[in-house]
Design a binder for this molecule. Structure first.
Ligand code: ZN
Length: 251
């Protein structure tokens, strides 16, 4: 299907990154067993300084893992390789971990529906820094809630929080590419969080084939051409090898 397609889109969720050591928020051992999800709403973050300190406690204690601890796994590398072979047009992701970009997919080919935890932005002056820089600076200065170094404004990670609207541009792009693809490959998403979960619907409604690679069932399984219950890394590494073989013999 990948070889036959002209405009394949890959859609990824938490399941592609669990093999990189990033815990699934909802699963066993997930972040919500240690932290209260109601603290992680946009409204609480902006409006309640105790809640904000609990956020920063989470980041300062390596909540998402540092760049040395977390790296792209074979599934991210497989997707990046398919992209560089011209076999994947773009990647739509629910993840905020920056791992597709780190695997080598150009930034403008990754559509991030829930933003990106790599960046922190000042809500007042708009200055952008990396979370790693801010965390390091806060640790060195024993600060429990870092503020903007320029204007003293509130710093917020550029991931989309609960209760915060999705970035309009990303949502528009995701809708466009989902509606205009001929193959839609889901990797590691249970397809339950809307509006992200609408994307495979748009694809199917417009005649695309749907492939779902996920541990566990999804609401879209019955509309899929193929459902694969497998770990993303192992499976996608094999897929890339097969695509390379076939492209090689065609050439
Ligand atoms: Zn500022």
């Amino acid at each position: 299907m990948i070889i036959d397609s002209e405009r394949a889109v890959v859609f990824t969720g938490a399941g592609i990154s669990t093999e990189s050591g990033i815990p699934d928020f909802r699963g066993p051992g997930g972040i919500w067993e240690k932290y209260d999800p109601s603290d992680f709403t946009y409204q609480r973050f902006v409006g309640d300084s105790d809640s904000r300190r609990r956020h920063w406690d989470f980041y300062l204690n390596g909540g998402f893992g540092s760049e040395d601890e977390v790296s792209p796994n074979p599934a991210h590398h497989a997707v990046a390789e398919l992209h560089s072979m011209g076999k994947v047009h773009c990647i739509i992701t629910q993840n905020v971990d920056n791992l597709h970009q780190r695997a080598g997919v150009p930034e403008d080919r990754v559509i991030e529906l829930h933003g990106n935890m790599r960046w922190v932005k000042c809500l007042d002056c708009g200055k952008r820094s990396t979370l790693a820089e801010v965390v390091q600076w806060a640790r060195e200065n024993s600060i429990d809630e870092p503020r903007c170094e320029i204007c003293g404004g509130m710093l917020k990670p550029q991931a989309v929080f609960f209760g915060e609207s999705l970035p309009e541009r990303a949502l528009a792009d995701a809708t466009h590419y989902s509606s205009n693809c001929d193959l839609f490959i889901v990797i590691g998403s249970t397809l339950v969080v809307t509006p992200a979960a609408f994307m495979p619907r748009y694809a199917v409604q417009n005649g695309a084939r749907l492939v779902i690679i996920n541990i566990g069932a999804t609401p879209m399984d019955r509309q899929a051409t193929m459902v694969v219950e497998a770990r993303a890394g192992e499976f996608m590494a094999k897929v890339v090898e097969r695509v390379k073989d076939k492209v090689g013999t065609q050439a």
